[in-house]
Design a binder for this molecule. Structure first.
Ligand SMILES: Cc1cc2nc3c(=O)[nH]c(=O)nc-3n(C[C@H](O)[C@H](O)[C@H](O)COP(=O)(O)O)c2cc1C
Length: 206
């Protein structure tokens, strides 16, 4: 698939078919991830892959499932809300299922340093900036394979708890969970605010 086609087809998907991604495709996608630019030349990234349902339950146990009381409000938002609110209304109730029902959960870890959690400039965040290049490569490679990804950012202690559960070294952090799989045919349409490049380009000055 042409790169531009993969870019335009890439969408965050939260509903998957019950179909397992073959190991060679998974490996190809991780390989695309580690071609990303790296701030320190070292590519200090590691990937924990979870496929077994029991292992998924262990890793996902820290995701709060407390959206049930809000479901009626969320349904109303799906009718009346702005595009952004509608996206939340689709995404929130799926935070667990969009990972559990994916063929694989990929946990991308990056080696942290003292600057990441106490930044004094944008460059203090280089380790996290680099892993996000990796993550986007994974998304695009998945798209090129006809697959899709879900993603969740761990909140509060969630990431540290997941890292402990999978026995990651203490200096490695989890920027997000990635669910990888075949998108379901009946997934809801998530509208997006559309922009053109011309609306975003500022020639010479803002
Ligand atoms: C930094 C970042 C954090 C995000 N966090 C979440 C999340 O916690 N849960 C979720 O379901 N989606 C999350 N998303 C996905 C966005 O909701 C999604 O990218 C956005 O709605 C645009 O849709 P698209 O990626 O399909 O174009 C996140 C995306 C980014 C870049």
């Amino acid at each position: 698939m042409d790169l531009y086609e993969a870019i335009y087809k890439r969408k965050i998907v939260r509903d998957f078919k019950e179909q397992i991604v073959p190991d060679d495709i998974l490996e190809k996608i991780i390989n695309a991830g580690i071609q990303a630019p790296t701030h320190d030349h070292l590519r200090n990234w590691e990937f924990v892959i979870i496929q077994d349902k029991k292992d998924k339950e262990k890793v996902l146990q820290f995701i709060k499932k407390g959206v049930e009381p809000q479901l009626e409000i969320l349904k109303q938002i799906l009718v009346d809300g702005t595009l952004q609110q509608k996206m939340y209304a689709i995404a929130m109730p799926r935070q667990y299922s969009m990972l559990y029902n994916a063929s694989h959960i990929i946990l991308p870890f990056f080696k942290s340093n003292s600057g990441v959690m106490n930044p004094t400039s944008v460059s203090s965040l280089n380790p996290i900036s680099s892993i996000w290049c990796v993550i986007e490569n994974i998304f695009l490679a998945a798209s090129a394979e006809g697959l899709a990804c879900s993603m969740r950012i761990p909140v509060g202690e969630e990431g540290l708890n997941v890292a402990k559960t999978v026995k990651a070294p203490e200096d490695y952090l989890l920027p997000c969970y990635i669910g990888l799989g075949y998108p379901a045919d009946n997934k809801p349409f998530v509208g997006q605010i559309e922009y053109t490049a011309q609306q975003k380009m500022h020639w010479g000055k803002w």
